[in-house]
Write a protein that binds this ligand. Structure first.
Ligand code: BJ8
Length: 425
């Protein structure tokens, strides 16, 4: 499509064109500096470069075409919203990014200043009218996870049509029953919105599609145990980020092709960094597009990232939905069971997350863990303290970092990360 046609599409979506142009310019420069400057990248990453270069172009055009064909677009901010149900209702499921400072001043009129950058970002993107994904959504699904999000949705729902799912805070049998009732309520909302009944047949098909996507991402995650590391952490993060808004079947195919290339690279003992480069696991809050600051700092500090224990990473792909039930109720139980395994810090207690971090560090041969919490994020800040204790008992070094989306602390972060990597020697 021509530049003029894209501009017309964005105008139709009521974007603020000059603010949006400014965003795309910054994003393009940031991507060039952080991604395109890397040496020894896999050729399969060209697909991701293309997807990102067209993030507000072709993919948005696809969403508009889908809407013209009668499909609905559902936006989400959390991995608790079952994509399987969205797809079964013949709707499009997109994760809304919230990874950059935008419209902060406006956002701070709706939520307190001491709110995490992720929340301010999704509100700011909406108020500044610069996100074509938010503007394409028929419904945005929120969830009662952290206090910051659930209160922010009260204000946000005045600006976008929302459906809020209640996510319990514990994992008791009663909590699981509550979540199942919320999964059923989400199904009902989708059926009413789309006019499509969710059946055993279409649900089984969509479960298989989402499982295949997660299996491709699991395959990628496993391959990163190799030394030399075959792919940079930045590229692996980008793949996980793109998994939230690309067409799921096209995405799965591209990632499996990329994994074939990675296997060839491993067989030749080649990598993105020399063998023996210090290997880091990053763990904590999700890093939404274009939040690449910390990964960039880490990989410019003589280290390579080998895994992301995060919702834009292992927490979203670790578990699959059981495909075997043949009744709708059985499938709804399977979905409930799978989503209740998510080890988000909003749960109490949440000891399984500690075990998962330790297991990942071992399986991926990580030399150390960097815990990442967004400033003002209470759940992950608390768990950073707990994780530090658990990992130090196991002899796994950990560095705890709290930051936001501004670039002001890059040098300071670099000094801390470099000192941590040196200490690993
Ligand atoms: S399942 S991690 S995506 S809630 S950083 S907004 S927790 S104050 S994002 Fe999350 Fe779902 Fe959990 Fe995952 Fe609140 Fe913390 Fe901000 Fe956060």
């Amino acid at each position: 499509m021509s530049e003029a046609a894209y501009t017309a599409m964005w105008e139709k979506l009521n974007l603020d064109i000059s603010a949006h142009d400014g965003l795309l310019e910054v994003l393009g420069k940031f991507y060039g500096d952080i991604y395109l400057s890397q040496q020894n990248r896999l050729t399969g990453m060209e697909y991701l470069d293309f997807v990102l270069s067209e993030v507000h172009g072709l993919r948005i055009k696809e969403l508009q075409d889908a809407k013209v064909a009668g499909k609905k677009v559902i936006g989400t901010f959390c991995v608790f919203v079952p994509e399987e149900l969205t797809l079964a209702a013949n709707a499009v499921h997109v994760g809304l990014c919230s990874g950059a400072d935008a419209g902060t001043e406006e956002a701070e009129k709706l939520v307190p200043r001491n709110t995490c950058a992720l929340i301010k970002s999704f509100i700011g993107f909406k108020l500044a009218r610069i996100c074509p994904y938010t503007e394409s959504c028929d419904v945005v699904v929120g969830e009662t996870t952290c206090d910051g999000k659930k209160k922010a949705y009260e204000a946000f729902s005045k600006h976008v049509p929302m459906h809020i799912m209640e996510v319990p805070q514990t994992k008791t049998a009663d909590a699981t029953a509550l979540f199942k009732s919320e999964v059923l309520r989400y199904k009902k909302m989708l059926e009413e919105l789309t006019g499509t009944e969710i059946t055993v047949e279409n649900l089984k098909k969509s479960i298989a599609i989402v499982n295949a996507k997660r299996k491709a991402l699991q395959r990628l995650a496993r391959l990163r145990a190799a030394d030399p590391a075959p792919i940079s952490g930045r590229d692996a993060l980008l793949i996980n980020q793109v998994s939230f808004y690309d067409d799921p079947e096209r995405f799965t195919q591209s990632i499996n092709t990329l994994c074939d290339q990675i296997e060839e690279r491993i067989a030749k003992n080649e990598g993105i960094a020399p063998a023996g480069t210090k290997r880091l696991l990053v763990s904590g809050c999700p890093m939404a597009v274009p939040n690449w600051k910390l990964p960039y700092v880490m990989e410019s500090s003589n280290a390579v990232i080998v895994g992301e224990e995060s919702c834009i990473g292992s927490r979203n792909v670790r578990d699959l939905v059981d495909e075997s039930p043949d009744t709708l109720d059985g499938l709804m139980d399977a979905i409930t069971e799978r989503y209740m395994k998510i080890d988000c810090a909003c749960f109490t207690p949440n000891n399984e997350r500690m075990d998962n971090v330790e297991r990942m560090a071992k399986e991926l041969n990580a030399d150390g863990v960097i815990h990442y919490a967004l400033s003002f994020c209470q759940p992950y800040a608390h768990e950073a303290i707990k994780l530090d204790t658990v990992l130090s008992e196991k002899g796994i070094p950990m560095l705890s970092i709290e930051t936001d989306y501004s670039m002001e602390d890059v040098e300071q972060l670099k000094t801390r990360v470099e000192a941590f990597v040196e200490m690993l020697d």
